[in-house]
Write a protein that binds this ligand. Sequence first.
Ligand code: MRU
Length: 365
Amino acid sequence: MNALRTIEWVGDLDGHVALIDQTLLPERLEILRCADVECIWEAIRNLRVRGAPAIGIAAAMGVVLAVRAAPEDDPQRLIMRIDEACDYLATARPTAVNLFWALERMKRCARGAAAELATPSPPWGEGGARGSVNQIKLALLNEAKAIRDEDAAMCRAIGRAGLHLIREGIGVLTHCNAGGLATAEYGTALAPLYAAHEAGRHFRVFATETRPLLQGSRLTAWELQRADIDVTVICDSMAAQVMRASKVNLVIVGADRIAANGDVANKIGTYGLAVLAKAHAIPFYVAAPSSTFDLSIADGSQIPIEQRSAEEIRRGFGRLTAPEDVACYSPAFDVTPAELVTGIFTDRGLIAPVTRAAIADAIRP
Ligand code: MRU
């Protein structure tokens, strides 16, 4: 099976971003081509590209699109343009820290490239100021591509770290989509499943539908089926029953932001699943790359939770599913307290038990 390439840069500085439009799955696999930053912002906001790592990659590439044709020939002015583009992209969605992590990385890259070019004399090296502006733009493009490639490598490492969990014949429950579609490729929560499948193991995955936008039934089921992995979709409300019927040996989910104490923000419904897993003595694991940890916040109460439009509940996928004018409450994420998390698989190995000290140790810069 070909690995899904969720998002990539095509061509040189004058190229474009190609991403799978996830709003069309599972009906159609279509590539959206973005040549300007507004297209990327809209794709993130409307979940054409979604999942914390993929959002970060999209934002990084969006910065390149925003400034590649900038007329400035003064590096400092270009840096101002870059900061503006980052501020704009940062408004697309609030919860996944990978977005802000990637934007900070792009800003650092630009400043680093500018500082390097400023040192030799004559001041801006060969080609003068214009030449150095182009070099900063090229450095940004390389950084965005590196963020993508590093994410793919981190996902493989998560798969290796979690492989031992996926024993022959077990049942695994996952929520939302933390697979190849949510990352550069391969996924986080789904990475150990792909690794176990590659190792020839057989197991069953229960994918919760994930109301209101159905990332579980539309995306997780689609990509696992495509990989020939045994997957069964359940409505969110069926999880307790499936657990009580002893069909699930472990739960594994992704994360949008993990606080310094191990509290985990992830797709709405994750917290409820963690409570259910505890009630049924089922281990509850999280899988996330180091770019999803936010050590600047002490605990999950400080994680900004995105509120989405009531229309996604009232008129899901084009049909009225609630009275037209009824009030709806629609947080897109919830926070699972660290004490409900058995362990966190990262590209740097397993963090278990989940303590502030263990996280600080594993996620050192
Ligand atoms: O609203 P979404 O679809 O972007 O939410 C995605 C999730 O909650 C994922 O579980 C999380 O981003 C981890 S992706 C590896």
